[in-house]
Design a protein around this ligand. Structure first.
Ligand SMILES: Nc1ncnc2c1ncn2[C@@H]1O[C@H](COP(=O)(O)OP(=O)(O)O)[C@@H](O)[C@H]1O
Ligand SMILES: [Mg+2]
Length: 292
């Protein structure tokens, strides 16, 4: 078996858990200072026996999962196993796929998101979406942040817009880097800065949740570390779901992980348990790098 060490750089590691099984003895998982979730923590999203089909293709099979307030939960598993599909079910962007059909229920803060009185655009606004590749609008840095709040009527004046632009860019650590060139095109920024801009753009419309679909897959290690630290900070205010192919990243940033396989949620729990004492053979093989 290939040696696999899951190590944590920032934020500082405080705990090292050595794998129990002998074949995983070289598998050291170092986890950050994130508290494990205690029972009774507020559930913000409750997914209950959710199945989802694209036409004849079933992408999710009776998935049940709770997402807690102010946690980072990582969705892990091989490609094509339904991670993005579930993320897109949460904000109902999958509704518009022709042939889409679902069974089961998703409640957000207790409300069934498919209830007839739920307005999909309003629901969607509660979820910031961060894509795999940074996708800034073809506008200025300022324009990228100001566009959404303007469309949604969240700002009434230039002064309010300026304040929101500064606030949003500061929240992602970008303000000092771009304050003197707010009218430059966003495409002039580095890829890592563009991804932070996209996160700032998402924050500007005051979401409750951030859905991140492999947010660092296009970034170099330095830009990745910046985003990982940012995710750690943002969980104080937001509830965050991150899909990642990078298991070390899941160990560094998430408190819980959910392992998907062929549309099923096979395991969900504290990242320590998922990585060190997985219950299913599939998950064990995946986290120990036997397949991906
Ligand atoms: N728009 C779509 N139409 C048809 N099939 C899709 C569509 N999007 C995803 N799928 C299929 O659904 C399954 C789950 O895909 P996805 O949720 O993207 O997986 P993951 O994010 O885990 O890689 C895959 O078999 C994929 O090919
Ligand atoms: Mg995906």
């Amino acid at each position: 078996m290939a040696t696999q060490a899951l190590t944590l750089s920032p934020p500082a590691a405080v705990a090292t858990v050595a794998a129990k099984a002998s074949h995983r003895a070289d598998h050291a998982l170092r986890l950050g200072p994130h508290p494990a979730h205690s029972p009774g923590q507020r559930i913000r999203v409750a997914v209950e026996r959710l199945s989802f089909w694209y036409g004849a293709k079933q992408a999710l099979k009776e998935v049940s999962l709770d997402i807690y307030a102010n946690e980072v939960v990582a969705f892990i598993g091989p490609s094509g196993c339904g991670k993005t599909t579930l993320l897109r079910c949460l904000n109902r962007t999958n509704d518009i796929v022709p042939g889409a059909r679902w069974e089961g229920q998703i409640r957000v803060d207790g409300t069934d998101i498919h209830a007839t009185d739920v307005d999909p655009p309003l629901l969607r606004r509660r979820f910031g979406w961060i894509a795999q590749r940074p996708n800034p609008f073809a506008m200025s840095i300022r324009g990228n942040i100001a566009y959404g709040p303007r469309i949604h009527g969240l700002v009434a004046s230039r002064a309010e817009t300026d304040a929101l632009v500064e606030h949003s860019l500061s929240a992602v650590g970008l303000w000092k880097e771009v304050r003197d060139r707010l009218d430059d095109s966003a495409s002039a920024l580095s890829i890592g800065q563009q991804q932070r801009l996209c996160i700032a753009r998402a924050l500007a419309i005051s979401p409750d949740f951030l859905l991140m679909d492999e947010p660092c897959s296009a970034l170099d290690p330095v830009a990745t570390a910046v985003i990982e630290n940012l995710i750690d900070d943002l969980k104080a205010r937001y509830t965050i779901v991150v899909i990642t192919h990078n298991l070390q990243q899941a160990a560094r940033i998430a408190q819980r992980a959910a392992f998907f396989h062929l549309g099923e949620l096979l395991e969900v729990g504290d990242v320590r348990d998922i990585f060190v004492t997985p219950k299913t053979r599939r998950c064990e093989d995946f986290v120990s790098g036997r397949y991906g």
